[in-house]
Design a protein around this ligand. Structure first.
Ligand SMILES: C[S@@+](CC[C@H](N)C(=O)[O-])C[C@H]1O[C@@H](n2cnc3c(N)ncnc32)[C@H](O)[C@@H]1O
Length: 211
């Protein structure tokens, strides 16, 4: 299958399954490989909370809410609004909170921390690409550091983390620095990523709160 057909395949599949973006299949693949989210509804109680940074247009949110099926709690944040493709009902529910804001803002950090602590923190946040790879990777790294600071404050002991990063010259150092804070830390590039893209995901399992 060519790259073009592959792109088309993921987009069409997303459309058919009611997701606002094809990026949902990246999370689905990461979830399948690492078991980020509980497998069954029975394992999700009111204390099971997820924080999602860079959530718009909302495919990951929808994937999580569908898995939750009314249980658990999801807090999500993005500068941009969520998709209104299917009307507000798409994200309706008591167990969902969306904040349209910059994740770097101190008041946003405080508000999201107050809704935690979280069992899982996800960040698919990405800068708008400029075409200058050095600049784009540096901006992505700032977003990764922001997500890590949310984790330092709000991730539960033994919690999990999944953060998108545009691979740049400082990525290896950042991973080395983060590795001791988790029992297991890996990078993973899902099939649904464009093959030309230099994005990958840092997945941390078993957060060591005290380090
Ligand atoms: C690839 S999209 C996320 C797609 C999402 N996971 C989904 O499945 O629909 C990256 C998002 O990061 C957001 N973003 C980038 N910088 C941000 C920031 N400083 N604060 C909040 N959101 C940010 C962008 O607005 C964009 O919506």
């Amino acid at each position: 299958m060519s790259n073009y057909q592959k792109l088309d395949f993921w987009s069409l599949k997303a459309q058919k399954e009611g997701y606002p973006a094809r990026s949902v299949y990246k999370l689905q693949e990461i979830d399948k490989k690492f078991g980020l989210l509980p497998k069954s509804k029975g394992q999700i109680n009111a204390d099971y909370k997820v924080l999602e940074l860079g959530a718009a247009p909302g495919s990951w949110s929808l994937y999580i809410l569908r898995k939750f099926d009314g249980c658990g709690f999801l807090a999500a944040c993005d500068i941009s609004p969520l998709s209104d493709h299917n009307g507000a009902g798409l994200f309706a529910g008591q167990n969902f909170f969306f904040k349209q804001a910059d994740i770097f803002a101190a008041d946003t950090q405080a508000e999201l921390a107050a809704k935690g602590p979280y069992c899982l923190i996800l960040s698919d946040a990405a800068p708008s690409t400029s075409g200058d790879r050095g600049l784009d990777t540096a901006r992505s790294e700032e977003l990764v550091r922001a997500a890590l600071s949310y984790a330092a404050v709000s991730l539960r002991q033994d919690g999990a983390l999944c953060i998108k990063i545009f691979q740049g010259q400082d990525t290896a150092a950042l991973i080395k620095e983060t590795r001791p804070k988790f029992k297991q830390l890996k990078t993973f590039k899902p099939e649904a990523c464009r093959s030309s893209s230099f994005e990958t995901y840092i997945v941390g399992l078993g957060f060591k709160k005290t380090l």
